[in-house]
Ligand binder design. Sequence first.
Ligand SMILES: NC(=O)c1ccc[n+]([C@@H]2O[C@H](COP(=O)([O-])OP(=O)(O)OC[C@H]3O[C@@H](n4cnc5c(N)ncnc54)[C@H](O)[C@@H]3O)[C@@H](O)[C@H]2O)c1
Length: 340
Amino acid sequence: MSLSVGVIGLGYFGPHLARNVASGRETKLVAIADRDPARRALFTAQYPWAKVYDDGLALIADPSIDAVVIATPLFTHAELTRAALAAGKHVLVEKPMAPSVAECEELVAHAERVGRVLMVDHTLLYKDSVRKMHELIAGGALGRVLYVDAVRINLGLFQPDTNVIWDLAPHDVSILDLILTQTAGATPRWVSAVGVSHYGTHENLAYLTIGYDGSLLAHVHVNWVAPVKTRRITIAGTRRMLVWDDTAPVEPVKLYESSVDVARIDKQHAYELNIQYRTGDIVAPKLDGREALAGVISTFAAAALRGEPSPSDAQAGLRVVRILEAAQRSLADGSARVSL
Ligand SMILES: NC(=O)c1ccc[n+]([C@@H]2O[C@H](COP(=O)([O-])OP(=O)(O)OC[C@H]3O[C@@H](n4cnc5c(N)ncnc54)[C@H](O)[C@@H]3O)[C@@H](O)[C@H]2O)c1
């Protein structure tokens, strides 16, 4: 059995999804839609067998389609997802799920009511290097995670309808959700954000701090105005440390035999700390090289056809938007800590 899929939005990212739907083992690309005639013409030539629509809602009305992939701008996600669920389709929507927690909650409840899969394309969760990082953390290689520090900066494409937090931070926040919340059971408690808009109304630079129970802290730096493309996450654990460099041509994950041990000295000096540093080998784990979007599409098909789980299901997508919305509120409130 395979899933008949329509892809809505053939701008920058939609074509990558369409290609993976077309080549998926359990998916068939049966329809495409875009409002822009030039984009339609380009992809009609590439997928001559697919039906072509000039609007997402028209594609959704096609009864021969089981599932839709929505790759349109953020402010169209809720309307198209709502319509697709109402028409009985499974939905894979691009990140972030919708521009507000209220809309995400409504969509999550809608999907549950109609018994359809709602999944969010948090692509990086399906990348070999991130899956390896997750496997190492889940297997206890790092010990207890102390902090996560994420940097995602370059000379980025300014988005007309949203700021850098909603554009770039979903990637890192979805990774935090996987490795800290889904795997280690850590619940984010508050968010504080500072950001600035140098050129227009939308912030092009932002620093988010996310606090969890105990002393676990995450920091996310997103920026569209930086000379060097940096995509890096540093994670320190009580046993080992890890650096993921998504721009590295080879060996993007490095596991460091580094940690800090603290021993209390004798009673008399009870309050002094004896810090001992441990350093050793650096290991670069082998990766499987599978394209992330192939994993996204096969996971979506498995969820729709057999009810299999996904690390970016509707609840995960909602948790990500909770953090983004809290960051936005913090920005508006002088970087105040916003409780989650
Ligand atoms: N997962 C990732 O790594 C990743 C990367 C880039 C973008 N994205 C996400 O993908 C989405 C789209 O981003 P993009 O950069 O491709 O945008 P884009 O502007 O390049 O493309 C959007 C396309 O959607 C079409 N469109 C808009 N409304 C439509 C409608 N109602 N019906 C049919 N077509 C419609 C537009 O004509 C356009 O061609 C965003 O949510 C973005 O966050 C995800």
